[in-house]
Design a protein around this ligand. Structure first.
Ligand SMILES: [Zn+2]
Ligand SMILES: [Zn+2]
Length: 191
């Protein structure tokens, strides 16, 4: 997933899993200058193309400090256990914390630390949209039975952080269809 400011053509890639070439194609066709590769958390299906894209685009890799180790270690990011090539050795360029602002052209993305799916899970929101990674899905939430997962924390993240955001935000989860904050507040059983 990625977005860009149409005026300045600056953009950011969020959670490049395995779509490195596809993303690169689009970016090159549209002459977009990617400044950042942002990981909403450290699982392998969200970081798989980090190094490929960093190498091609020279962008910086950003992740919350609590998930930084997962980028280095195939055991921690779980690629070791799955039927994929191992992913590791990724050194983040900047470690994120609650309240950080990431500027992409005229767009400001704010970092919400929303632990639960992993200790360093984040959501990123602008005036119009929110990228929720594996914290919030349409009608559901991410699993918390993997190492570092914690359902109590995830519910707290929903209640104390995500729920306070405006209803009009379009929600782009890490998996599945997009939705709106309004719809989730009304129908998502985890709220
Ligand atoms: Zn995940
Ligand atoms: Zn995922």
């Amino acid at each position: 997933m990625f977005f860009f400011d149409p005026k300045t053509k600056e953009g950011a890639v969020i959670d490049p899993g395995s779509q490195g070439y596809k993303i690169l194609d689009f970016i090159e066709q549209h002459n977009i200058k990617i400044k950042y590769i942002i990981n909403t958390h450290g699982h392998y299906d969200h970081i798989g193309a980090d190094l490929f894209l960093k190498d091609k685009l020279g962008a910086e890799i950003l992740v919350h400090k609590n998930d930084a180790e997962m980028l280095k270690d195939p055991m921690l990011n779980l690629s070791f256990y799955d039927d994929v090539s191992e992913i590791g050795g990724i050194v983040p360029d900047r470690l994120l914390e609650e309240g950080d602002i990431i500027s992409v052209g005229s767009i400001e993305l704010r970092v919400l630390h929303t632990p639960g799916h992993t200790p360093g899970s984040i959501c990123l929101f602008s005036e119009r949209e929110i990228f929720t990674g594996d914290t919030l899905f349409a009608g559901s939430v991410g699993r918390t039975d993997l190492p570092g997962g914690d359902m109590k924390q995830l519910k707290k993240s929903l209640e104390n952080k995500i729920k306070t955001l405006p209803d009009h935000l379009v929600v782009y989860p890490g998996h599945g269809p997009s939705t709106t904050m309004n719809h989730e507040k009304e129908y998502n059983p985890y709220f």
